[in-house]
Design a protein around this ligand. Structure first.
Ligand code: FES
Length: 173
């Protein structure tokens, strides 16, 4: 049994309330599910969108999807773990997700990635050998007005620069 199925009620509640946390990405994901009329068949498509937005699929996110699509958490978790192109919670203690959507890209997100990669000696999608930091990318997290946006441990941060990103990584390493 994993954390996802251990406390279904409590977790379901958390997931249902997740977008009330103010993280716009949950709202965007919900709009996407609505576009698919919350159909069960849209699960893989929804998981793709979720990964695009968040960079990876952690338990709360999977539960949010399960709750909204009215699917058992075990089914959502099963599909997410079956396909190799989905990334579940990365190994790193900390996560740095750099948005590589168009707006962020033109404002220099690639330079932010390059700086973090160079400093932490990992590529996007990898975790440092000491498991301290995972570097991930996402595609348009719905914060284009503050591009380039980087999400440090779940907190969306505006107007990242290579210097500010490296500063943050240094604190974690
Ligand atoms: S492109 Fe990065 S937030 Fe939209």
């Amino acid at each position: 049994m994993n954390a996802l199925t251990a406390q279904p009620q409590k977790k379901k509640l958390q997931a249902a309330l997740a977008h009330a946390s103010g993280d716009k990405r949950f709202k965007i994901l919900e709009v996407h599910m609505k576009k698919h009329q919350f159909q069960h068949d849209a699960l893989i498509e929804v998981l793709h969108k979720a990964q695009e937005l968040f960079g990876f699929l952690d338990d709360d996110l999977l539960l949010f999807i399960s709750y909204k699509l009215k699917l058992p958490p075990s089914r959502v978790y099963g599909v997410a773990t079956f396909y190799h192109f989905f990334t579940l919670k990365p190994k790193g203690e900390h996560t740095c997700v750099v948005c590589m959507g168009t707006a962020c890209y033109v404002k220099g997100a690639d330079k932010v990635i390059a700086a973090v990669s160079e400093h932490a000696k990992i590529k996007a999608g990898e975790t440092t050998p000491d498991n301290k930091v995972s570097l991930l990318t996402a595609r348009c997290i719905g914060a284009c007005g503050i591009a380039p946006a980087v999400v440090y441990d779940g907190t969306v941060t505006p107007r990242a620069t290579p210097e500010s990103a490296v500063e943050q990584i240094k604190k974690w390493m």
